[in-house]
Design a protein around this ligand. Structure first.
Ligand SMILES: Cc1ncc(COP(=O)(O)O)c(C=O)c1O
Length: 406
């Protein structure tokens, strides 16, 4: 152990940097070196923030809204958040039942940091978003990973949930639509999970709804507290403007939950970042209270891209993927490639080896599934235009077709 390492907080030292960022950086670096890389690594919409939202941000600067805001957010924005939860999710929420943070990530992190004591358990269905286990680790908790396979649509079943709950369970994290699988829980599935949770009053639930509006084929979104109102008093329903309004850089997330929890999160935030950026809060207000046609348009575009990509991948030897119901990710089995050798001579002995070879030989950037807790898979983010997607699909097909025996 180096001296610098020994100076670090031990919980942070044991945490991993984000694998998604690592692959994103690697693809960007190769592109900057002159290779024609198409990157399907990034978890952000490629669209611009809608014009009326951008203008609200500019107007906020002009009007001098450039000072500290209350720690938990501007009252007007909290009222808009409460109205959003009532209108879109049927939740009975007053503005005091909400909190605004610097991105959805801060909502999640602060909820965990505000509640976890050393050794508290957090149930995380796998495949999971890369940040959950690392946040739990940094906050001193223990991740209890519950594997969910393609056989259950990558979704947690009540039986698997029951088996994972112990007296030390503090949280269950649910994410629908899911990053990385695109899986979406139906109302009926949430009711079933809720039935199991009702029997365990000590378990808090974190519902990560950040991809709420990216749900396809006319399906309706449902969040846990809506499906099982009796659980609202111990559920933190988290969301934000990043994915729905193409506002990843503005850093505004929000949540609703029990007031004791929101107060603890506010106390923490008050000693940390204080209120989120004042300009971004005004822009988020315009997004939440403004026209919603942008959401329908981007949903339709993502659905077209999904269909295009899934059709291409399923015609590719060695790859197989179910049609994801939401988000903008395809979680693809590459089991058929494992143990083979790429045309460039690389032994494809893991999904990470496949992802790296795809980048270096086919100039397509993806993230390996083991980063999300399930080996022999690749995550393709289809947040790029259709022409590039088509081109990437063709390059992946050629790469796979040329792979030979070990
Ligand atoms: C599942 C999930 N939750 C939360 C977030 C964080 O969103 P934000 O950019 O608002 O912090 C992301 C971002 O990639 C995500 O994929």
């Amino acid at each position: 152990m180096t001296r610098a390492h020994s100076l670090l907080n031990t919980r942070l030292a044991a945490a991993q940097p984000s694998a998604t960022y690592r692959m994103m950086d690697r693809a960007a670096l190769r592109k900057a070196t002159g290779y024609p890389v198409i990157s399907l690594t990034a978890g952000e919409p490629d669209f611009d923030t809608p014009p009326h939202v951008r203008e609200a941000g500019i107007a906020a600067i002009g009007a001098g809204h450039t000072r500290y805001t209350p720690v938990a957010g501007l009252r007007a924005l909290r009222e808009a958040v409460a109205a959003k939860y009532q209108r879109e999710n049927g939740l009975d929420v007053a503005w005091l039942d909400t909190i605004v943070c610097s991105g959805g990530k801060q909502v999640l992190y602060n909820a965990l940091a505000a509640t976890l004591n050393e050794g508290d358990e957090v149930i995380i269905p796998s495949p999971y978003w890369v940040s959950y286990p690392e946040m739990v680790q940094i906050c001193g908790g223990l991740s209890v990973i519950v594997p969910c396979t393609a056989a259950t649509g990558f979704k947690l079943t009540p039986a698997a949930l029951e088996a994972a709950i112990t007296p030390r369970t503090k949280w269950l994290i649910l994410n629908s639509p899911s990053n990385p699988t695109g899986a979406v829980y139906t109302r009926e599935e949430l009711v079933e999970l809720g039935r199991a949770l009702l029997a365990h009053a000590h378990v808090l639930i974190l519902s990560d709804d950040i991809y709420e509006h990216l749900i396809f084929d006319g399906a309706a979104f449902c969040t846990l507290a809506q499906a099982v109102p009796a659980l609202q008093e111990r559920t933190l329903t988290m969301n934000g403007v990043s994915k729905a309004y193409a506002m990843t850089g503005w850093r505004i997330g929000f949540g609703t939950g029990p007031r004791w929890l929101l107060e603890a999160m506010e106390k923490l935030q008050g000693q940390q970042t204080s209120g989120a950026c004042s300009i971004s809060q005004h822009a988020a207000l315009a997004a939440l209270n403004g026209p919603k046609d942008f959401i329908a348009q981007s949903r339709a575009q993502f659905q077209r891209r999904r269909d295009l990509l899934v059709a291409q991948l399923n015609q590719t030897p060695g790859l197989r993927c179910e049609t994801p119901a939401g988000a903008f990710y395809a979680f693809v089995s590459c089991a058929g490639l494992i143990g083979r050798r790429s045309a460039g001579g690389v032994l494809l002995d893991s999904d990470e080896a496949v992802a790296v070879a795809l980048l270096e030989e086919a100039n397509v950037g993806v993230v390996h599934g083991s980063a999300f807790g399930l080996a022999h898979h690749l995550r393709f983010a289809y947040a790029i235009g259709e022409a590039s997607l088509q081109q990437a699909g063709a390059a992946v097909r050629d790469f796979c077709a040329l792979a030979g025996p070990a």
